[in-house]
Design a protein around this ligand. Sequence first.
Ligand SMILES: *Cc1c(COP(=O)(O)O)cnc(C)c1O
Length: 506
Amino acid sequence: LKKKVKEVALPSTALDPQSADEWSLMRQQGHRMLDDMFDYAQDIRERPVWQPIPEIVRSEFVEPIPYIETDIAEVHQQFMQSILPYSVGNTHPGFFGWVHGGGTAVGMLGEMLSAGLNANLGGRDQIPIVVEHQVVQWMRELFRFPITSTGLFVTGTSMANMIAVWVARNKALGPLVRSTGLSGTQSNQPSLPTKKLVGYTSAGAHGCIAQAMDLCGIGTDSLRVIAVDRQFQMDLKALEEAIHKDLEEGLTPFFIAGTAGTVDVGAIDDLTGIADIAARNDIWFHVDGAYGALGMLSQVVAPLLNGIERADSIAFDFHKWGQVPYDAGFILVRDGSMHHQTFASPAAYLRRESRGMAAGSPWPCDFGPDLSRGFRALKTWFTLKVFGGNRLGEVISETCRLAQYLASLIQDNPNLELLAPVRLNIVCFRYRHSDASLIDLFNSELVADLQESGVSAPSTTTINGKIAIRAAIVNHRTGNVEIEAMIAAILKLGAKRKEITKKKKQ
Ligand SMILES: *Cc1c(COP(=O)(O)O)cnc(C)c1O
């Protein structure tokens, strides 16, 4: 393990190991940590999906700021004992809560290398940005976007959706809005005509669309929430009616967000239909494809996404179906110059040059609100290169097959009932209960029982006013075994819970 290096006198404040021997210890420590994380991934099935955090463990994280140093081996020990066992469990194949990705060892290693480089991708002429541009180009290809489109890594789809609203707002109101604000008045100038913007999305949309309207200053009252049909897709007739009504009232429809993979049930809006309506009315067409958009990699899902290639912008996450470790959100914008106009700003310390380190303009910081940015592109580049798009697509197809398998087990069991059609990888169902006043509470308690059992971890949602057990199958590690184990645990815990409620009544 020991490597020959020239010993140089370091400043005593340097935070690196101070001698060859210290470096050698650091290497051993690092290899132990890597081994621990490989063990964690390799033996994940022997662990509970999730376990409640004991109070004693929680209390370890309420201590005064440490001014004195601690040996890294000791801190690592604390990680192994008090952190590793108590995360939410989305690496586990029995995790079906919300829509969480599973991560991979490959992605973890990519993340480790980015941390080693400590690259800041705000700008400047450096190969990490070239790597990010490579991923942007791959995404243009995947979604059949033009070369003039632009893309950017962000934290997640919440941020990506917000960037889309910002760009659409800039397009609708013109670049002056950046200085005048939504009121449209400039100091020392007569007030400009103002437009009142309105946006549209479906009742199945993620809450961050409304949040984006709020944070962009347009306000959630200006978001029309369009009803969904029986397939949980946006009702396009209602959408057109809402647009016409707003136009008649002198408002300015500026933004429609379709969803590719709703978070409740995995529905995909009729994207072609929305694209037509947006084109007819000259409205920005955005797709929230947080987890669904990467379905383009799957032969099963891609045909369902028809129309996504006509979007003005697409927001999605590599950290969900793409299996890249958190966080790795992405925004793709068709009109790259509009995207640039929305965020670029001159600042003396960010001066661009045609050569040297300050070349390479425009920089990523010209396309979003972040200046300092990590190298999210690297773990994504590793994941796409190492596995290849086909294999990642097969994972996506397999999660959809597993969802159909789960739905069939539910339909075959008289104690269970399906609450929504299964389009992709999300299954909503419930345990039947003869008492209508108890069934919601019964099912939410049952989900908590299940999570505490450590066997399986779905979450809950509300479907047509009913509490549903919601299983989202996202993890590449999940197979038939985990689906069968969840059903067996639900039947066992459900029967037990029925006994308890019966006894309470008596
Ligand atoms: C997960 C999700 C989001 C939010 O994405 P984050 O990466 O968590 O910010 C938005 N929309 C949909 C449909 C989602 O599934």
